[in-house]
Design a protein around this ligand. Structure first.
Ligand code: SAM
Length: 197
């Protein structure tokens, strides 16, 4: 029996206490501990970054020589000197390309995405939207991520999940499925962690 939704659960209280903007930071922390994703000096893209807890954590892990760039439909309040953010729909690849080209970035070593569509309440529709958004994320990662770099995606399990996973496995290596402890018990979300060929 899934637990009911609790907006002020232990993870949210911990995030508030530790100064993080969202409970989802603990999902990235666990993935980072398991897969060693973030490194000092790295350049990182976060596609769907608001309110910014992943960027807060990434900023600390990459340090002053690193750079984290976040995109979201919503504005993101300033985080640190090594973080830049853009209010931008990630399904507009030409806009993402021109913003990134203007930054003259070093090689991008990690692409993160915790993207979630605004929910319609119809489970299959929401799941399909999540897949569509992740296809946009993958297209950006294929264009911008350096070879051997990690990409992390959030996907919802459902009717289209197996097909999407096959698609991912055909184009990426070492594809792993992870469910961090902070993913709500009632949620169908999983994270795919993969490496660029
Ligand atoms: C779960 S939140 C991300 C939380 C973030 N990882 C953090 O730690 O603060 C999902 C985000 O996806 C964003 N999003 C949904 N569709 C998007 C799109 N097409 N382009 C950019 N961002 C999008 C939403 O605005 C929302 O802020």
């Amino acid at each position: 029996m899934p637990k009911p939704y609790t907006p002020n659960d232990a993870w949210s209280r911990k995030a508030a206490k530790e100064g993080f903007r969202a409970r989802s930071v603990y999902k990235l922390m666990e993935l980072d501990e398991r897969f060693h994703l973030l490194k000092p000096g790295q350049t990182v893209l976060d596609l769907a970054a608001a309110p910014g807890s992943w960027l807060q954590y990434a900023s600390k892990r990459i340090g002053p020589k690193g750079l984290a760039i976040g995109f979201d439909l919503k504005p993101i309040a300033p985080i640190a000197d090594n973080v830049r953010t853009f209010e931008q729909d990630i399904t507009q690849p030409e806009k993402i390309d021109s913003l990134l080209e203007a930054e003259h970035l070093p090689a991008i070593g990690l692409v993160l995405s915790d993207i979630a569509p605004s929910t319609s309440g119809i489970r299959d529709v929401d799941q399909w939207r999540s897949i569509e958004l992740n296809q946009a994320v993958l297209a950006i990662a294929e264009r911008w991520l350096t070879s051997g770099g990690f990409c992390v995606l959030k996907v919802f399990r459902g009717a289209d999940f197996d097909g999407f996973l096959r698609e991912v496995k055909a184009q990426w290596k070492d594809v792993r499925i992870a469910t961090p402890r902070a993913s709500r018990d009632r949620s169908k979300e999983v994270y795919l962690v993969m490496k660029k060929l």
